[in-house]
Design a protein around this ligand. Sequence first.
Ligand code: CA
Ligand code: CA
Length: 288
Amino acid sequence: MSFRSLGLLAVLAAVLCIGSTAGADTIIYQEGADTPFIGGAYEGVDDNTLLWLSHTAGNYQAGQHELRNYGKSPSLGTGISGTDDPDGRTYKYKGLIRFDVTSLAGEYASIDSVKLRLYVTDGNVDHANSLQLFRFTAANGDWLEGPSPNGMPYPPTHSASCWNYRAYNTTPWDSGTAGTDLTDYESGTIATTAYSSAATGWMELVFTDLSFIDDWVTGAVTNPGMALRAADESKYSWLSFHSSEYMDDASLRPQLVIGYTPIPEPGTLALLATGLIGLLCYAWRKRK
Ligand SMILES: [Ca+2]
Ligand SMILES: [Ca+2]
């Protein structure tokens, strides 16, 4: 091979290397989809809806729903409903969601963006509201998704998260319920999205704080997951989303979308250096 064609090859290698290392990449964590970097079906989502009910009579008395688990329900919910309930009941919902992102370990130089995507399926928005995402405090990090699709059996025979417990019936939430800000989850929102309708489709919560993602990846601290709630819980306004147990179309389950800058591999760096040297040689030869 002539020196000249070697130089051209080196130039080509350099261009390819630059193309493969420059810019950010995106990965998606979604229950049932490929696990980023390591392959296999991803089973890293815990999600559940906590439910509080005002009613004081009948089969669904206050005090009962607060112990029920919906960890395997195909839906997640937030907000307040009941404005059209014939029995005058008011329901309050909060979502819980946690993604295992440990397959990211060793794969990135920086995390550049994170967003949670939820598919809205239903709702009733009499008042415009905002969806807020908070991080649970470390003290609440061991909440259990739970096994029930529908709040049954009652009383529960399982250990699972519900309004009153992060693990029924041994471990209450730090505050005693999931409703107390600043106790059960960190005070600052990590994402907020305003809404004025319950239109079917994706809703995105873009993180404004990425400082804790490293800890989730390395497992330096227990990933406590996130709380999802309506900002204003005094007005009738609720939304329902597909959960990670939604079966009819797995592509509509919650997604955690992470933009990151990859670590350039040592081999790639060496190839890049070789390419650059070749380029210089080629230019020098041409000049002669
Ligand atoms: Ca799950
Ligand atoms: Ca679930």
